[in-house]
Design a protein around this ligand. Structure first.
Ligand SMILES: NC(=O)c1ccc[n+]([C@@H]2O[C@H](COP(=O)([O-])OP(=O)(O)OC[C@H]3O[C@@H](n4cnc5c(N)ncnc54)[C@H](O)[C@@H]3O)[C@@H](O)[C@H]2O)c1
Ligand SMILES: [Zn+2]
Length: 364
């Protein structure tokens, strides 16, 4: 078997490392901080803004829309920013990645197959505040187009940040539900990265380590938000899982999450987690899924899938879509829209029949 591994992002990890940003950005002339408005109340973020004498941009929603990217692009051009520092969850980081291309209309590249130019003229630094997406080390930006009802990733080598500063202290303020939802996303990245058809050995090791940490630490981080040991372990898990899926790419759970999020507004991590145990059972035919279950300490794929289901319940996440009372028409739409290319990375072919079984029996 031959494989390639590449990871161009410089990674700095540690409690308190946020405060090292100014000395790392000495050459920046016009820094721009993209963040959620509530972080403007965070004493450390306030200090960073003042030390960097940075412009601030906070017009970012969850699952950011292509029009928000275009607005941020315009702001970057108008202010002449030379370094963007994205301090936030996947939504903030993905918006900053796409805006850093400074295109007139990002829709040109969204779900069209047209490649994003990789000669970015603005530097990008990513500082995650959730333990979730791993976006700080991936070449992916997931955007929504609310007008057309489409949510999908754009993949480009131009999206790798030059620097990721991971300070687990920033994740302490996550409310329990956000901790749970983003934490299940980590588990999906690890497991899907491992069983993806694009798997490779470095990513395998990172995936096993990340999944082990989630099974061990997510419930603690959910129950004890101030437990810094749990936050450090979840931040490491998120980083390792990001590295574990960035090259192999995600599979069926992420493919199904896109319509579940765009139609029913279920947040990203929870939407991915909804189908993870179902696809583990489907993938039980695949030798590598059997091997993954063993590496994580389970005797069978069944008990591995049961453990995923139990973890979701323990951290208060939904395990089905029953509250939406799905009609046959709703299910047809979900099946149709789940055919995102990531579905093709799944080790077992996912047919419409399997998707109908999922949405009719497991999620309805
Ligand atoms: N680029 C990638 O590689 C990648 C991978 C997976 C998912 N995604 C995308 O990332 C987005 C989801 O990102 P996310 O799961 O990190 O959530 P998010 O960025 O949407 O944040 C969720 C909510 O938590 C709040 N929040 C974030 N950090 C907080 C903190 N420390 N304290 C208090 N509140 C906080 C946010 O303001 C928001 O309201 C989705 O659009 C998803 O599709 C991207
Ligand atoms: Zn994800």
């Amino acid at each position: 078997m031959s494989w390639i591994y590449k990871q161009p992002v410089e990674i700095i990890f540690g409690v308190g490392e946020l405060m090292s940003l100014p000395e790392r950005l000495l050459s920046a002339k016009k820094p721009l901080i993209v963040t959620n408005s509530f972080f403007l109340e965070n004493e450390n973020v306030k200090a960073i803004i003042s030390e960097l004498n940075a412009e601030v941009y906070t017009d970012v929603s969850e699952n950011p829309d292509v029009t928000e990217v275009n607005r941020c692009s315009r702001f970057i051009k108008e202010t002449g920013s030379d370094v963007i520092v994205a301090i936030g969850g996947g939504s903030v980081i993905d918006l900053a990645k796409a805006a850093s291309v400074r295109s007139d209309d990002i829709r040109l590249y969204h779900g069209t197959g047209i490649s994003v130019p990789t000669d970015r003229k603005v530097r990008l630094v990513a500082v995650p505040t959730t333990a979730g997406t791993g976006s700080e080390v991936t070449c992916v930006s997931v955007l929504s187009d609310r007008e057309s009802g489409k949510k999908c990733p754009i993949v480009s080598d131009g999206f790798y940040p030059e620097l990721a500063v991971i300070d687990p202290k920033l994740t302490v303020s996550m409310p329990p539900y956000v901790t749970a939802s983003t934490g299940i996303d980590v588990l999906c990245h690890a497991i899907e990265g491992y069983w993806s058809k694009g798997h490779q050995p470095i990513c395998d090791e990172l995936a096993v380590s990340a999944a082990t940490k989630v099974f061990r630490w997510l419930k603690k981080a959910y129950e004890q938000p101030d437990n810094i040991e749990a936050r450090v372990n979840m931040a490491e898990a998120s980083l390792f899982a990001g590295l574990a899926f960035s090259l192999p790419k995600t599979t069926a759970s992420h493919a199904c999450s896109f319509p579940i999020t765009s139609i029913y507004n279920v947040p990203h991590g929870e939407a991915c987690g909804l189908t993870l145990d179902f696809f583990a059972r489907v993938n039980a035919k695949d030798n590598r899924t059997v091997q993954l279950a063993k590496e994580l300490g389970f005797d069978t794929v069944e008990s591995f899938a049961d453990a995923i289901f139990e973890l979701k319940k323990k951290v208060g996440l939904r395990t089905d879509l029953s509250e939406f009372k799905l009609t046959d028409e709703n299910i047809n739409e979900l099946v149709k829209k789940s055919h995102h290319p990531n579905l093709l990375n799944n080790p077992v072919e996912i047919t419409d029949e399997i998707l109908y079984e999922l949405y009719n029996n497991e999620l309805s």
